[in-house]
Design a protein around this ligand. Sequence first.
Ligand code: ADP
Ligand code: ASP
Ligand code: MG
Length: 417
Amino acid sequence: MARIVMKFGGTSVADIARIRNVARHVKREVDAGHEVAVVVSAMAGKTNELVGWTREASPMHDAREYDAVVASGEQVTAGLLAITLQNMGVHARSWQGWQIPIKTDNAHGAARILDIDGAFLIKRFGEGQVAVIAGFQGIGPDNRISTLGRGGSDTSAVAIAAAVKADRCDIYTDVDGVYTTDPRIEPKARRLAKISFEEMLEMASLGAKVLQVRSVELAMVHRVRTFVRSSFDDPDAPGMGDLLNPPGTLICDEEEIVEQQVVTGIAYAKDEAQISLRRVGDRPGVAAGIFGPLAEANINVDMIVQNISEDGKYTDMTFTVPSGDVDKALAVLERLKASIGYDVVQSEAGMSKVSVIGIGMRSHAGVAATAFKALADRSINIRAITTSEIKISILIDGPYTELAVRTLHSVYGLDKQ
Ligand code: ADP
Ligand code: ASP
Ligand code: MG
């Protein structure tokens, strides 16, 4: 007998027929004698609709009320799946975040899980009950419903798996695993049998939305054996209930990966914007003077490039922010014009960041040069570059995103044979 947490995303529970299919996946594991907890997302499109309504009600709104609205999508799915399971003869009960409780901090709209009462769920296992838990939500110190940021049900599932010391956390989605790049834009992408925690963390934070970044962090810290697999597979096909090697991609320690490639995957993030401050007086403290106030305004600054003028007196400071934050960032910079001391501020939206990821880069030279040449051969202009030990990120004009992803995917030999 094993203890398994199963998570189903929005497209997997998009309508009643799909919820029935999900229930068959759950029943398979229950019938095999395992202890099962299930985490569900809102039905596909529901969260977007709810977010849209909060904006329509008021563009500037109270984050606590945003959470009260958007957390409701998951409540519906949890109830519907519990009903469906009961109808199939499975002893199931739905639970919302506050009932367990899943305690979070007070950052409404992007809360972090602080604590989960694992004993509550273990008691349900003891009663032979399948707990169907609303993902994406918890309860804050203010005793109000909180949500975990978009894609947060992945994080609910991994955190619950850690809290109950589950043998496995299965993230069921609309693709059958983690691919070398988003299979929606590169049909030649290959499914990976395994990917290391570190690489998955980079892939997720650089745009691959198959897992929420925070869920990968938690899986890495708590060593949760996490699989990404398809909910659209026939629940009763051979091998689906394999305990140690279910179909899908395993996120694991790098030591578990035998054949390590230099490059594992390509990720992309659209809707980046570039902001440049021209002729900033170059003196100690100038970066702190710019990026401190931007951080205080909760603006996520990403790539930063600084060019010193020939006489060493001035610097151009260029950086990227999500397109949605440009106006807020420009307002902060305008307010600081006198104290920072710059000539002009320029901004351009519609950029994309494409990234090449692989732990093999640590020991291989020339990976970056290969990317630059491949993009140059396609006449794709590079606007900014950042690198770390295991990734290279390149800022380009948005319309070239797909071409750049496919070009890089092919130049590192990731295309399906
Ligand atoms: P869910 O609703 O199940 O949480 P998401 O839409 O959040 O599903 O994530 C699954 C999607 O992630 C896939 O449909 C795919 O388009 C996208 N994706 C992006 N990058 C990758 C990748 N490298 N491997 C697999 N899927 C990816
Ligand atoms: N329903 C939430 C969202 O769309 C959470 C999730 O699906 O993981 O972001
Ligand atoms: Mg998701």
